[in-house]
Design a protein around this ligand. Structure first.
Ligand SMILES: Nc1ncnc2c1ncn2[C@@H]1O[C@H](COP(=O)(O)OP(=O)(O)O)[C@@H](O)[C@H]1O
Ligand SMILES: [Mg+2]
Length: 345
């Protein structure tokens, strides 16, 4: 009896002292979420380095991109869905985690980190080590599309096929999930950032106007459409005219901008189609019924849902919170660790 009470007390005190932490390690942004608090950190996944040592992380490092003084380089350690630089990824995570945990020095932390679909064992270990180093007791890893599907409210733990497309900055992940795991998936090395770069390159080559990436980002939000660009919409770019070497502006129609991303859009549609080619008929039946779900910041591209649904001939919908659904899903996954095959080391 006494034993039982002691056990119960132990469970209770563990719960009182335990907090969950979920980290979405993205190519563009890193987000940290705590169930009772919501989003506790949101920073660009950027590290500034001088002579091999880190001088700034996150927002501060992001501001240095493109305007670094000599000797300082701003690096994105997670690129195209791979952990391009282990050591910097570890340092960046360590920095973000410590910043959050400073506020909770006495708590026992259970943490889950999202990793890109299809990363190697070596990359997994690097992320895992970052958690351990930051003094976290239990660390789990979850593949981003699985977290995205949980965050989107899809029935991931059931024997039913759910089709999710997670549109990130440097990577687009496509996955069919059933019984808590990825049955079929692929990862395209393109996303919101490669779209920005394509537009920047186009304006440079065709009009000899040099524009910054933050200008492109703004143009994208205002005037870039994946389908049906409004006929009278234009965007005025401001930059440097390379012939005259003076500041200049240039008006471009939404229809012309739409043309520029044609190849990236067809690559996406092609990748989704090739998943259907490999899909067992039973799963295909589920997906035909439920449709395709879009998430990730890149899914905010105007009319991306309309474009895909025309190409694939299925209903496509975007989740309500494309930016945070991955991190919320990761946090949620800690509740049913037993049902998911979370590789934890
Ligand atoms: N309104 C918008 N329209 C189109 N793209 C957007 C919009 N808002 C953000 N994005 C894009 O979303 C991308 C970041 O999405 P996110 O899910 O945070 O990526 P990751 O998970 O790879 O860090 C950026 O490339 C950004 O340009
Ligand atoms: Mg992401």
């Amino acid at each position: 009896m006494a034993e039982k009470i002691r056990e119960k007390r132990k469970g209770l005190s563990l719960r009182l002292w335990q907090r969950d932490l979920a980290i979405d390690l993205g190519t563009t942004n890193t987000i940290i979420y705590m169930p009772q608090k919501g989003i506790v950190l949101e920073e660009p996944s950027v590290v500034a380095v001088r002579n091999g040592s880190v001088v700034a992380v996150g927002k501060k490092a992001y501001r240095m991109l493109g305007r670094t003084p000599p000797g300082v380089t701003a690096v994105k350690p997670v690129r195209s869905g791979v952990i391009a630089d282990f050591e910097l990824t570890r340092k960046m995570l360590d920095h973000f985690i410590s910043r959050v945990l400073r506020r909770y020095p006495f708590l026992r932390i259970r943490m889950v980190i999202t990793v890109p679909y299809g990363i190697t064992q070596v990359e997994r270990r690097a992320v895992f080590a970052a958690g351990k180093r930051a003094g976290v007791k239990e660390t789990y890893l979850i593949e981003e599309p699985v977290a995205a599907a949980i965050g989107s409210g899809l029935p991931v733990a059931e024997p039913r096929g759910s089709f999710i497309v997670n549109c990130g900055g440097g990577v687009t992940e496509i996955a069919v999930i059933s019984l808590g795991g990825i049955v079929l998936g692929s990862s395209l090395p393109q996303g919101g950032e490669t779209i920005d770069e394509a537009i920047q390159r186009y304006i440079y080559r065709k009009y000899r106007l040099e524009i910054g990436l933050s200008t492109v980002e703004e143009a994208k939000k205002e005037a870039l459409y994946a389908a049906d660009p409004p006929a009278d919409l234009t965007y005025t770019f401001r930059g440097i005219n390379l012939y005259r070497r003076t500041p200049d502006s240039l008006e471009v129609s939404a229809a012309e901008l739409h043309e520029v991303i044609g190849p990236q859009l067809s690559a996406l549609a092609g990748a989704v189609r090739s998943i259907f080619e490999r899909m067992p008929p039973q799963l295909a039946a589920d997906v035909i019924q439920d449709g395709i779900v879009l998430c990730g910041g890149g899914s905010l591209l105007h009319n991306l849902d309309i474009y895909l649904s025309r190409e694939i001939n299925l209903p496509v919908r975007r989740v309500e919170d494309p930016f945070t659904c991955v991190v919320r899903g990761a946090s949620e996954s800690l509740k049913f660790l037993h049902a998911l095959s979370l590789p934890d080391r």
